[in-house]
Design a protein around this ligand. Structure first.
Ligand SMILES: Nc1ncnc2c1ncn2[C@@H]1O[C@H](COP(=O)(O)OP(=O)(O)OP(=O)(O)O)[C@@H](O)[C@H]1O
Ligand SMILES: [Mg+2]
Length: 312
């Protein structure tokens, strides 16, 4: 979609209708709901002399869903999101970065065309700032200060994300009025994430539970890759004449997917096709609708979509 002043020169525009609903633990869902209520209650807050908080810092390990959540929030506000591409803002020429930042924030402040600014890998900026000890670093420091000032003055929504919350320096930290730490998914969330990304295939409740347990410490991104890797095998394996037995298929799938070193290796990757969760997998894995036809899910079992943040 073309946007006034073409803010897209500074990054990628994510439209609201392309957002995905993240599967979140209850605490996080509640925190988000509270923030959204606050934003929707803007007028009531203004009447008592305060405004809704608009600057959030998301902290969480790789693949835990920071970008997904920011996009989803923007969508719930009915706004597109600009995921800023640092290389399109940062220039090696003195003064140019500051100028670009100015243009970016001016465009993002256009009240006729509001947009949520999403700034990923925010920690990189903070590190740059800390390392600036010599005179030659002054212009870089200056640029970071400009960025911080613009963030502070900005009237629209800004979400910054970092994988290293603990390393963010205080000057940056206090520019944000909401800090959310995204944790790795728990057992229930893992089951829901498997069910979502394995669809249209499905697993009976006990196999799903076992698989969820074997994925402890996995990020949503890793679980998604595993499920999509399996589905790819189901479709392409027979065409390629591969061995489609359970152990061979699981071993092939796991071999191509590597857990991020910062997140830790879930048990499934340590035990491979010998894992008890693999032993518990029905094979071939059937379609979810066939399983549902045979057994209605128990109360509270995955499949009940109450754990998903709904778009209004
Ligand atoms: N809570 C979630 N529910 C369902 N899917 C999720 C969830 N979080 C992440 N995903 C999926 O995992 C993948 C990675 O998510 P995302 O890019 O949002 O993570 P990130 O924290 O921004 O990662 P990075 O640190 O690498 O930027 C996406 O494909 C997304 O669909
Ligand atoms: Mg991201």
């Amino acid at each position: 979609m073309a946007r006034a002043g073409d803010i897209s020169q500074f990054g990628d525009v994510f439209e609201p209708d392309e957002a995905q609903e993240p599967i979140l633990a209850r605490g996080m869902r509640d925190a988000l709901q509270e923030w959204l209520e606050e934003i929707w209650a803007e007028a009531d807050l203004a009447a008592v002399g305060i405004s809704a908080r608009r600057r959030a810092l998301f902290d969480g390990k790789p693949g835990v869903g920071k970008t997904t959540l920011a996009h989803h929030l923007a969508a719930r506000l009915g706004l597109p999101m600009l995921a800023v591409r640092p290389e399109r803002v940062i220039s090696k020429y003195v003064g140019e970065t500051g100028e670009r930042l100015g243009r970016l924030f001016d465009l993002a402040s256009n009240a006729d065309d509001p947009i949520v600014l999403f700034i990923d890998e925010f920690d990189a900026l903070s590190r740059q700032r800390r390392r600036s000890e010599q005179a030659s670093d002054d212009s870089r420091n200056e640029e970071v200060n400009t960025l911080l000032q613009r963030i502070e003055q900005h009237e629209g929504f800004i979400i910054a994300a970092t994988n290293y919350g603990a390393h963010i320096d205080q000057a940056i930290w206090r520019r944000f009025d909401i800090h959310l730490t995204l944790e790795l998914p728990g057992q229930r969330e893992r089951e829901l994430i498997v069910a979502r990304y394995l669809a249209p295939f499905g697993l009976p409740a006990d196999a799903l539970r076992a698989l969820g347990e074997s994925l402890e410490t996995a990020s949503p991104a890793l679980i998604r890759k595993l499920c999509e890797g399996l589905k790819r095998q189901f479709v392409l394996g027979p065409k390629l004449g591969y061995d489609m037995t359970r152990d061979a298929t699981i071993a092939r799938t796991l071999a191509t997917i590597h857990p991020h070193p910062d997140v830790g290796k879930p048990r499934l990757w340590s035990h491979g096709e010998n894992d008890s969760a693999v032993r518990a997998l029905p094979w071939p894995i059937r379609r979810a609708d066939e399983i549902a036809a045979n057994a209605a899910p128990a109360d509270g079992a995955p499949g009940a979509p109450d754990n998903v943040v709904r778009l209004r």
